[in-house]
Write a protein that binds this ligand. Structure first.
Ligand SMILES: [Zn+2]
Length: 343
């Protein structure tokens, strides 16, 4: 992969270093795939994909993704702080091991390691992975923030027209296609931070206000989340309710899935995006503005710990709703008595 960026030291090695010791432990319970490598100066940074559970391509699959934007390190931390304790639980929890005989969990904890190393939102070529797929938004877009082709020196740069997608974008797409799209039911969660004061859980699309073909599924999911986790903090809505963007790889992957499978009840794929509202952290601790990445990451330890605690139940419930999708999506679920009779 060619890299033209000027390398600067940022001290953001901690995620990448802790990842390698985590991966060694992960190999005790699951598989690690080296998907690609990114060169930044004299550094070679791997993009790893993790897989846990059955090899059956049709099995329900939950995907967890972080670090698409290198600056939003907290997303990677939320992912790793979910997966690392899972390794420990897996050792003693027979019911958890049973679950993974029938389902799969897959993850890329750091999609954009070059951006994380450099402390930048974009990849080392200056391209925003979240704006890089060949998807054109229609509707009211912002001329810069929604994605632009003016210069790689400005954030939200999409890359040049006609160029292939960046390696990080392609790697993400290939991994999701290989590991998730043949599944009878799959949900992906891509963890970001930075927009607004509330934690938002978005379903597609970000390219337009068109209706998501699995609207009834995401609405049912929203109801089940509320019923199972009544005090949760999330605003669950379509991404276009907040803003529209060009080039969202998840919109692209969803279209790929539709091309492969059509819109069917037995091949459902839902890509979610968790956008943690980091402006609250800033309001409570304005000094964060002066730390690198302070707008996007909690700096004080108690706030960091609270954020790690806050999202764990969501990830657990998403994993369990994925594994048990037949029970809450089945037509019988319309009536409580039928659900009890035929779970
Ligand atoms: Zn982001």
């Amino acid at each position: 992969m060619k890299r033209s960026a000027k390398v600067k030291r940022t001290g953001n090695w901690v995620e990448l270093q802790s990842l390698s010791s985590f991966l060694n432990k992960w190999k005790d319970i699951g598989r690690v795939r080296l998907l690609d490598e990114v060169k930044v100066g004299d550094q070679t940074l791997p993009i790893h994909g993790l897989v846990l559970g059955t090899d059956d391509p049709h099995a329900p699959t939950f995907g967890l993704f972080g670090g698409v934007h290198g600056l939003e390190r907290v997303g990677t931390h939320v992912v790793l702080n979910y997966l690392a304790p899972l390794i420990e639980q897996y050792r003693w929890d027979e019911s958890l091991r049973d679950t993974f005989r029938k389902m799969r969990l897959v993850s890329i904890p750091i999609v954009n390691p070059g951006g994380m190393y450099l402390g930048s939102r974009s990849n080392p070529n200056g391209v925003d992975i979240m704006r890089n797929a060949p998807v054109e938004a229609t509707g009211k877009v912002h001329p810069i923030v929604s994605g632009h082709r003016i210069s790689h020196r400005l954030p939200w740069y999409r890359g040049q027209t006609g160029q292939p997608m960046e390696a990080e974008t392609q790697t993400l797409i290939n991994f999701v296609r290989d590991e998730m799209l043949a599944s009878e039911f799959s949900m992906a969660l891509d963890v970001h931070s930075g927009f607004g004061v509330r934690d938002r859980l978005w379903w597609p699309f970000s390219r337009s206000a068109e209706t998501f073909p699995y609207l009834s599924v995401v609405e049912r999911f929203r109801d089940e989340l509320k019923a199972t986790h009544p005090f949760h903090v999330y605003t669950v809505e379509p991404q276009h309710a907040s803003y529209l963007i060009h080039g969202d790889p998840w919109d692209y992957i969803f279209d790929e899935h539709t091309k492969l499978a059509g819109v069917r009840r037995d091949r459902i794929f839902i890509p979610w995006c968790l956008e943690m509202g980091s402006w609250t952290w800033l309001k409570k601790n304005p000094k964060q503005l002066f730390f690198q990445g302070g707008i996007f990451n909690p700096i004080l330890p108690h706030r960091y710990n609270r954020i790690m605690r806050r999202h764990r139940p969501l990830l657990d419930i998403m994993r369990q709703l994925t594994a048990n999708h037949r029970h809450w999506l089945a037509p019988q679920r319309e009536s409580a008595s039928a659900a009890g009779a035929n779970p």
